[in-house]
Design a binder for this molecule. Sequence first.
Ligand SMILES: NC(=O)c1ccc[n+]([C@@H]2O[C@H](COP(=O)([O-])OP(=O)(O)OC[C@H]3O[C@@H](n4cnc5c(N)ncnc54)[C@H](OP(=O)(O)O)[C@@H]3O)[C@@H](O)[C@H]2O)c1
Length: 309
Amino acid sequence: MEYRQLGKSGLQVSVIGLGTNNFGRRVDAKGTDTVVSHALDVGINLVDTSNSYGGTLSEEYIGRALKGKRDRAIIATKVSSRMGDGPNQAGNSRQHIMTEVENSLRRLGTGYIDLYQIHFPDRNTPIDETLRALDDLVHQGKVRYIGCSNFTAWQVCEAIWTSQTLGVAPFISVQPAYSMLDRRVETELVPFCVQYGLGILPYYPLANGFLTGKYRRGEPVPEGTRLAENDRGMFTDKMFDLLEGLERFCAEREHTVLELAFAWLLANPGVSCVIAGATKAEQIVANSKAAGWRLTEDEMGEIDRLLTA
Ligand SMILES: NC(=O)c1ccc[n+]([C@@H]2O[C@H](COP(=O)([O-])OP(=O)(O)OC[C@H]3O[C@@H](n4cnc5c(N)ncnc54)[C@H](OP(=O)(O)O)[C@@H]3O)[C@@H](O)[C@H]2O)c1
């Protein structure tokens, strides 16, 4: 497994991370145990969760799965989601963050969170309040590094500028949706992160499993898969044309489109670790192998042409 520095921090993260939004929903405690153990065994250290995944069960199952192995994992969790009906049970206020960090620590069965991420921007809370609360948690040792997710480039810029002005801990990472089929972040966010040294942790790298090749044009959708529940607008002729073009590119090089989905992200500037939601041990093995494929500049150009045709 290859490790990269997360942004400008000293933290080394595996280039493939474990996404866990299936845990507590489609994967039970035993399944979580198996997937987490396999991930650690192949060298994956970054485990990405949230206080809201699986209705809080994702953190709880991860905590159990990491018993006795805590030091092998970089736990990245998040706060912002609505956790109750009360007016202060959502968002990025000091009030909500201070309450939720304790809940996450308890569920995860740990004394510290490696990377605490703001899950979504909150228009009702000034960013300096959020950053000061996070800085306090860093000083208390409950959180080691901080990051954000689903922020636009100007919102990350505002946060970095504010933390510099206040002299408080800055975000070291961003977590946006990013894949070969969703490149919106390349306009503003990616160049910003490269310029200012923030690590990018793409989510939905497989476009919700579409880039695994398990969905075929005109064929029944495999049962029990994520897109069987809801196709999320992926089953169009345009998407299948793109997928089939990428599959031909991969077949010529004896690789799979799943491997390409990871290798392509990792060949892009600023990407530290690609978080993939695996539901089975075999998926972990396949995902970790993908990191070994280094795309050349010519190949990146060819993929660009396929994606923009
Ligand atoms: N910050 C945010 O707002 C946010 C939002 C979404 C996700 N995330 C994070 O990012 C992670 C990754 O996103 P994601 O899991 O939703 O999307 P994804 O990686 O694009 O797709 C995950 C789906 O791909 C399938 N899959 C994974 N590895 C596979 C393999 N080797 N072979 C075949 N199928 C495979 C699984 O499908 P089946 O279920 O069909 O087996 C899984 O449900 C999440 O787990 C979560 O930690 C963050």
